[in-house]
Ligand binder design. Structure first.
Ligand code: PHE
Length: 347
């Protein structure tokens, strides 16, 4: 038995020395020391030995086992170290290679201008609100005093969703006036920016989708002076203190009286001519239309359960694209929607 044990030890150590990787090492461990291993097989025969021999052999067997375990441990450490060495060598990092530049985007120019406008109105106490783009015809038209048969309700101008023409893509942000008055009591002071949709062919100044910013103020003793004050403040903040503006009488079914606000053309300074040619920015008008506005029609207040004897209000609706084009000197509306980064990066 002694010989047997010596033999096991000698082959085991040699095999361990030859083991080339951790997997081979693990297989050897099982083969040598496991329950079905060679050493265990020898130990099972201990019972056949005499009482004197047994402790001697037991000691020897333990010593062989300890030697094998020690060798295993050594080989494992050596193989792990070699594996780490190889990994480090193959994964070498060159810390001097320049990094790849990450291209940072920024706000779309139209959102920049929207943000400016919102900031100005928030500073005047307005609350910014949001509403649905898919709207009921009753909000978009009827309750705004736009009666059946009005040309703006025509199917050639408005995108409808059903045969009864009762659900549509809003053609203006004015339905937000109704929604605001419906859910709150005066004083009301809101700004409602958002997308609107009309069946327009796209050209330099038209697009089937564009943005409006609706404003509504309803309280006691609100006058046209308040309307003019708010809008003049806005335009001077956006375009500069020297801006020349004018209010022209106009008609909207939901305001009375109604007006449009123009600013003097920044290109021809109101003359309508540039170098003897008709100014291309204002088409010779000298003025650029900015928005529609007026005092909320008493009928519209009543439609929303607000007493027109007690309260009055003003409303306005401006085109965001037009404001952005004026503010950033952009001459073609389509550039705003093309999302060509060569254009966008200029702002
Ligand atoms: N909704 C009108 C339009 O789209 C603009 C407007 C808003 C006019 C509010 C008066 C009051 O032309």
């Amino acid at each position: 038995m002694k010989q047997q044990l010596e033999q096991i030890k000698a082959t085991a150590l040699a095999a361990l020395d030859a083991a080339a990787n951790p997997v081979a090492l693990e297989e050897l461990r099982v083969k040598l020391l496991g329950k079905k291993g060679e050493l265990t097989a020898v130990l099972k025969q201990m019972g056949k030995l005499s009482a004197e021999e047994r402790p001697v052999m037991g000691q020897l067997a333990n010593a062989v086992r300890a030697d094998i375990e020690k060798k295993l441990e050594e080989r494992k450490t050596a193989l792990d170290a070699a594996a780490l060495e190889a990994k480090l060598a193959s994964e070498s990092i060159d810390v001097t290679i320049p990094g790849e530049e990450i291209v940072m985007g920024h706000q779309h120019p139209m959102n920049m201008v929207l943000q400016e406008i919102k900031d100005i109105f928030v500073g005047m106490g307005y609350q910014v609100v949001d509403g649905p783009e898919v709207e009921l015809a009753s909000y978009n038209f009827t309750r705004l005093n736009i009666e059946e048969g009005h040309p703006s309700r025509d199917r050639s101008d408005t995108f409808y969703f059903n045969d009864e023409d009762s659900v549509l893509l809003r053609t203006q942000t004015s339905p937000m006036q109704i929604r605001a008055m419906e859910i709150s009591e005066p004083p009301i002071c809101i700004l409602a920016p958002g997308r609107v949709f009309r069946k327009d062919e796209a050209d330099a100044t038209h697009s089937p989708m564009f943005h409006q910013i609706e404003g509504l103020v309803v309280a006691e003793n609100i006058t046209m002076g308040d309307l003019k004050g708010a809008l003049i403040t806005l335009m001077k903040r956006i375009y500069g203190q020297d801006l020349q503006m004018r209010f022209r009488p106009h008609h909207f079914p939901f305001t009375e009286p109604s007006c449009e606000m123009d600013m003097q053309c920044h290109k021809c300074h109101g003359t309508g001519e540039v170098d003897g040619q008709v100014c291309s920015t204002c088409h010779g008008e000298g003025w650029i239309e900015l928005l529609g506005a007026g005092m909320v029609h008493p009928e519209v207040l009543s439609n929303c359960g607000i007493d027109p004897e007690k309260y009055s209000g003003f409303a306005f609706g401006m085109g965001l694209e037009r404001m952005a084009m004026g503010r950033l000197r952009i001459n073609d509306l389509r550039l705003i929607f093309d999302n060509d980064v060569r254009f966008l990066n200029q702002f």
